[in-house]
Design a protein around this ligand. Structure first.
Ligand SMILES: NC(=O)c1ccc[n+]([C@@H]2O[C@H](COP(=O)([O-])OP(=O)(O)OC[C@H]3O[C@@H](n4cnc5c(N)ncnc54)[C@H](O)[C@@H]3O)[C@@H](O)[C@H]2O)c1
Ligand SMILES: [Fe+2]
Length: 375
């Protein structure tokens, strides 16, 4: 049976950011907390957004770490309360957007965050009291601007997956202009995240034809335009297409991701080194494509056709060539992940919610083999 979730209202195009004051008004947000990070501030994007608002009404929290943490949620909630805030603007990549969701939840729900963990996919104790969030992505990758999930690293070292329709931002304002200055390596890594969302969603065995159609559309856009967005950051068409691919990934991954994400969530929970989510996905994708081969029906043929590859082309090898051409790492070692990180990563990967929808379910031994192959 297909379960088709909530959608949000998305304002999408160059100049979409102009709609922010109107959308704040429409949602009755008069004192927003702007959640962002240092890089987005340094790029001048936070100032650009603030210039559209009455700044005396806005509280800024720019303390988002690369993979959002429970501590940062607490700090964000303190800022929310100090500012007498009544809603959240999430400005940045997936990290500030996920953190903003955590703050919107923790500011309105009692008790420790763990008690709001997903009980099973899409079901949790999270209620409609979550403060309204307007998400403004500045990377084209995670799709968190329209997603119902947020991943937080807890102080006890575990990873908390919050999943609820109430965490879907009430508005997504997707303005490709904000990504024109995103540096090449981050463009590549976040773009590969978008491509991976679309591919894993398509390969998920659940039956959801609308999600598959969106996933294939997103995969094709990402495949066609990622190189241009990386090599020529000011290419407006490529930036528009990549932002659409990321949005489509976020709209569709309610159908479920797979082992690439089980592994990248697990490795992304390491405190040190801090590893970028999209870059990890790139490293794992070819290995997981090989692992799943023979368990996906005709779907690899569909992807080969979509990417204009020969009928007998090796999809994993094509991914490796793409990663190389984008200047992305091909191994975990290049990213600072070492052999001693394997055991904890296997344990976390085994507990990941994405395992429920992978075409071939990996055992702990399989995860270890995949990690060693990627080392
Ligand atoms: N909730 C979801 O559905 C979902 C899905 C995938 C990933 N994620 C999460 O998203 C996070 C990763 O997000 P991300 O890949 O967007 O990266 P990110 O938000 O961690 O940002 C990476 C870096 O890019 C910088 N940056 C962002 N936009 C910029 C711009 N326009 N110009 C210059 N610098 C800019 C940031 O300052 C930061 O230093 C991870 O925590 C991951 O777990 C969430
Ligand atoms: Fe992802």
């Amino acid at each position: 049976m297909a379960t088709i979730g909530y959608l949000t209202t998305t304002i999408f195009d160059f100049g979409a950011i102009k709609s922010l004051p109107t959308e704040l008004n429409a949602l009755g947000i008069h004192r927003p907390l702007l959640v962002t990070d240092a890089g987005v501030q340094e790029a001048g994007i936070a100032a650009q957004v603030l210039s559209r608002l009455d700044q005396s009404t806005v509280t800024v929290f720019a303390g988002t770490p690369p993979n959002p943490t429970e501590e940062a949620v607490r700090e964000g909630v303190a800022a929310y309360c100090d500012g007498g805030c009544d809603g959240v603007i999430a400005l940045g990549g997936g990290s500030p957007i996920d953190l903003a969701k955590g703050v919107a939840l923790a500011a309105t729900h009692e008790g420790p965050l763990e008690q709001y963990a997903a009980i099973r996919d899409g079901v949790s104790r999270i209620t409609a009291k979550v403060a309204p969030v307007i998400a403004i992505p500045t990377t084209a990758g995670t799709g968190s601007e329209v997603g119902r999930g947020a991943l937080l690293n807890l102080t006890n070292g575990s990873k908390l997956a919050l999943i609820s329709p109430y965490l879907i931002p009430r508005r997504a304002i997707c303005d490709p202009e904000l990504t024109l200055g995103l540096p090449p390596l981050l463009t590549a890594a976040t773009g590969i995240d978008a491509l991976t969302h679309c591919i894993e969603t398509f390969l998920s065995p659940l039956i959801n034809p609308p999600a598959e159609a969106i996933a294939l559309d997103g995969a094709q856009r990402a495949w066609r335009f990622i190189q241009r967005a990386v090599t020529k950051g000011a290419d407006r068409e490529a930036r528009w297409e990549m932002m659409m691919a990321a949005l489509e990934g976020g709209l569709t991954f309610q159908k479920g991701l797979g082992a690439v994400h089980s592994l990248s969530h697990a490795a992304g929970a390491l405190r040190s080194p801090t590893l970028h989510h999209g870059m990890l996905n790139g490293v794992f994708l070819p290995h997981v494509l090989r692992f799943n081969a023979g368990h996906v029906g005709e779907k690899y043929a569909t992807l080969r056709n979509l990417f204009s590859l020969d009928n007998n082309a090796d999809l994993a090898e094509a991914m490796v060539r793409l990663l190389k051409s984008l200047g992305l790492p091909l191994t975990l070692s290049e990213m600072g992940f070492r052999q001693e990180h394997i055991a904890a990563t296997v344990t976390r990967a085994m507990a990941d919610h994405s395992n429920a929808t992978t075409p071939r379910r990996p055992s702990a031994g399989d995860f270890e083999t995949l990690l060693r192959a990627a080392l």
